[in-house]
Design a protein around this ligand. Structure first.
Ligand code: AMP
Ligand code: GLY
Length: 416
């Protein structure tokens, strides 16, 4: 099968790497991609937000499966343009991607499908914001209704900070605070059949011990040794299946990757958010352990034939991924710094260095080009070994001013 992945980030590198190792895949193309993808795929320049350009590229390559990675092209309708050109495409339509594109829409779908989530109010005015903050009390949770690459959410005890964040957004969703650990549970769906992946955990805050601002994600691991045995079955039954059925009932079937960001609260599982695409960096860890050929799952979803594909199989191992972020991420990341040591880290046993915000400068050197620069992903027999391998890789990589968390999967490895 000839495949084309759209996007530039770590998620797209991880997906391209998995496809390049898939026996059913003959060609992997990525557009626009990043320097890390060069080793496993052919790169093409394209504007990922331009559906016509993506469809034209897919046709010219004879692609048999297109995978749209990030949310912005999905919300822009790129998957629709590819499908209109007659090519199977993994990823929701513009309308279905609103499950991520608008937090207010997601809340509406959850209410209709009776999916457990935080109580929330959609606020358009400063008065409504103040009233909602006082109704729910501290800690305050204020979310930009629009796409914000994981950075539109402020959780704070400081009422003024909550008010100020709301004032910077057109429209916000204010909701009750959910306590308890967070889990990312992904499902592959063709619009009716739902195949859950194994749970992962993401580290959203910039600094160790969950201090600092929210980011797109500073690291992840899978599986979760501490998760309840019935977590996947429970979430599938109460969250994933009802949501997929509600989207179909509305005439906007959701096909692609449904990402449920969950809080395991003292009162049970609650959805924090939905995303309409693979999580980043959870995907880096998940792909390292996926045993089922990825193309089988994605093509099954894209062609409505997932009922014939069984539940995905996983390696009996653990995976940890640690993100290296550039100076000043997430506020105003500094770019253009030289990255050293990637090859040495990549050569370590069990380790893959997954690129995200990297580029080549005029002299061909690898330099930083974004906030999250790369992720060192390692597989081990257990979380302790996976952590050791990932951090051994981190030790070999040097980037001026860069930072990473030192506690990815630490607590879980001690509990296990
Ligand atoms: P979101 O973009 O909705 O995933 O929010 C980003 C992060 O903010 C989440 O991963 C949580 O850590 C935090 N967060 C969002 N909503 C809530 C909530 N209702 N209660 C507590 N924390 C939240
Ligand atoms: N890791 C969080 C996200 O992909 O949104």
């Amino acid at each position: 099968m000839k495949t084309l992945v759209i996007g530039t980030g770590g998620r797209e590198h991880a997906l391209a790497l998995a496809l390049s190792r898939d026996p059913n895949v003959t060609e992997v193309h990525v557009a626009p991609g990043n320097p890390g993808v060069e080793g496993v795929a052919t790169l093409h320049a394209v504007d990922p937000l331009d559906g016509q350009a993506v469809a034209t590229l897919a046709v010219s390559l004879g692609a048999e499966l297109v995978v749209v990675g990030p949310e912005a092209p999905l919300v822009a309708g790129v998957a629709d343009a590819v499908r209109a050109a007659g090519i199977p495409c993994f990823g929701p339509s513009r309308e279905a991607a609103q499950l991520e594109g608008s937090k207010a829409f997601a809340k509406e779908v959850m209410a209709a499908a009776e999916v457990p989530t935080a109580l929330a109010r959609v606020c358009d005015t400063a008065e409504a914001v103040e009233a909602a903050l006082d109704a729910f009390g501290a800690p305050y949770v204020v979310k930009d209704d629009a796409l914000a690459a994981g950075k539109g959410v402020v959780v704070t005890d400081d009422r003024q900070e909550a008010v100020d964040h709301a004032a910077r957004c057109d429209r916000v969703v204010i909701e009750e605070f959910l306590d308890g650990p967070e889990v990312s549970l992904f499902a592959i769906t063709d619009g009716s059949t739902v195949l859950p992946l194994q749970p992962a955990q993401d580290f959203k805050r910039a600094l160790d011990a969950d201090a600092g601002p929210n980011t797109g994600g500073m690291g992840a691991y899978t599986p979760l040794p501490w998760a309840p045995d019935d977590l996947v079955a429970d979430v599938t039954r109460r969250v994933l299946v009802p949501t997929v059925h509600e989207m179909a009932r509305r005439g906007t079937p959701f096909q692609g990757l449904l990402y449920a960001g969950l809080a395991l609260t003292s009162r049970g599982v609650r959805v924090i958010e939905f995303n309409a695409r693979f999580g980043d960096p959870e995907t880096q860890a998940l792909m390292a352990l996926l045993d089922t050929p990825l193309s089988t799952l994605l093509h099954g979803a894209a062609t409505g034939s997932l009922a014939e594909v069984g539940l995905p199989a996983w390696k009996d191992a653990s995976a940890v991924t640690v993100v290296v972020a550039s100076e000043n991420y997430p506020a105003a990341p500094v770019t253009g710094d030289v990255i050293d040591g990637v090859e040495a880290a990549d050569a370590l046993e069990g380790v893959d260095v997954i690129h995200a915000g990297t580029a080549r400068d005029a002299e061909g050197r690898l330099v930083t080009a974004g906030g999250r620069v790369l992720a060192v992903t390692a597989v081990g027999d257990d979380l302790t070994q996976a952590r050791e391998r990932a951090y051994a890789g981190i030790e070999l990589i040097s980037v001026r001013g860069a930072h990473h968390r030192t506690d990815i999967a630490l607590r879980a490895s001690q509990d296990a």
